[in-house]
Design a protein around this ligand. Structure first.
Ligand SMILES: Cc1cc2nc3c(=O)[nH]c(=O)nc-3n(C[C@H](O)[C@H](O)[C@H](O)COP(=O)(O)OP(=O)(O)OC[C@H]3O[C@@H](n4cnc5c(N)ncnc54)[C@H](O)[C@@H]3O)c2cc1C
Length: 321
């Protein structure tokens, strides 16, 4: 039987139709290296192609998944029905008001801004993925988040293309409205970010320091970064004798601290394992399936709840059945 998207394909421009492939393995497009086939797959290299496909999907209510570099997702082994669009639109104009297409690599955008002696994106060093993915999860590190820089975003929503202000995103800690939307999510096309003139050497030194901290703490195996969000709970933080004074003061308990306290470092199911180096990274040891990774995450969640009464919330988005 023809899927709803197959019937809708003639409504896409001829050059867009020509770029669509069938049964593309999504494991090739995620940093975890898992994910079954996309029924239909489009690698969009220009903004109009991306916007047209998103608008058609939204107008007709067809399933559509937008993917950046797949560094914050765990896609199911059975794959994704409908159309998956990988965002390959990477243009950027650097200045105090930097405009970037959402398929632009976040870290490369930082490197370009450093080249222009503009400060603000230092925290992006070591965060893989696109600017679009960073916006969706309000990516951040070292007390900075992308939401602090956003001036305007170009979106496709309900089939219409327009610019919106940052309040439209409803940003909060590692969250935005796009993580909560169901079947017809908006597409992010480009963004304007406010950067400040700075000293190139000082920018480089700060970014290098961030990079070294990551190298020391993070595992090298394929992952999607921190699986769970850190927990903001002042009384829990105060009750933990070995938590650092800084964390006690801010009331933030790292999710990795909790899993480690449950003895879960090195815990494995199939090819998925909680990294011995970092209790909040679930890594693919080579042969993991999405089911393995999700099973490890569920076990960690249950064990932390049993020991601390805390319900960990996933930062990594599990997509598909
Ligand atoms: C080693 C490692 C370290 C990491 N460290 C950090 C860190 O320090 N801080 C942090 O915040 N994150 C971190 N991450 C997580 C991840 O890199 C970020 O969340 C990143 O911004 C995701 O970008 P992406 O392009 O890969 O998004 P994807 O994984 O491709 O997509 C994530 C979500 O965004 C949606 N999406 C993507 N692009 C668009 C678009 N244009 N329009 C609409 N929706 C879209 C997708 O549908 C999906 O729901 C880390 C990941 C790894 C692997």
């Amino acid at each position: 039987m023809k899927s709803a998207w197959e019937s809708a394909l003639p409504q896409l421009a001829a050059n867009t139709r020509a770029q669509i492939v069938r049964n593309e393995p999504l494991s090739l497009h995620t940093t975890l290296r898992v994910g079954g086939p996309a029924e239909l797959f489009l690698y969009a290299r220009d903004r109009d192609t991306l916007a047209d496909a998103a608008a058609l999907g939204q107008r007709l209510g067809l399933p559509i998944l937008l993917l950046g570099e797949g560094s914050n997702v765990c896609i199911s082994d059975s794959g994704i029905p409908g159309l998956t669009v990988r965002n390959g639109c990477r243009a950027a104009q650097i200045g105090p008001l930097t405009t970037a297409e959402c398929g632009c690599n976040f870290m490369k955008l930082f490197l370009k801004s450093m080249g222009a002696a503009l400060s603000g994106l230092e925290f992006a060093v070591g965060i893989p993925g696109t600017v679009g993915g960073a916006l969706v999860s309000n990516a951040g590190a070292y007390r900075s988040n992308i939401c602090d820089l956003v001036q305007r975003i170009e979106v496709v929503e309900q089939g219409e293309r327009r610019w919106v202000g940052p309040e439209w995103m409803e940003f909060s800690y590692r969250d935005s409205r796009l993580r909560r939307e169901g079947g017809r999510p908006a597409a992010l096309l480009s963004v304007e970010l406010a950067l400040k003139p700075g000293d190139k050497t000082a920018i480089r030194i700060l970014a290098k320091d961030f990079q070294y901290q990551r190298i020391r703490k993070q595992p090298w195996e394929p992952s999607a970064g921190s699986w769970f969000k850190n927990v903001l709970d002042r009384s829990l933080a105060e009750s933990l004798p070995t938590l650092t004074p800084g964390m006690k003061e801010s009331g933030v308990v790292p999710a990795g601290y909790l899993t480690e306290a449950c003895g879960l470092k090195g815990f494995a199911i199939g090819g998925a394992m909680i990294a011995p180096k970092h209790g909040n990274f679930i890594v693919n040891r080579g042969s993991a399936t999405a089911a393995d990774l999700r099973a490890v995450a569920e076990t960690a969640k249950r064990r932390v709840y049993d020991k601390f009464g805390v319900c960990l919330e996933a930062e990594v988005l599990s997509i598909g059945e």
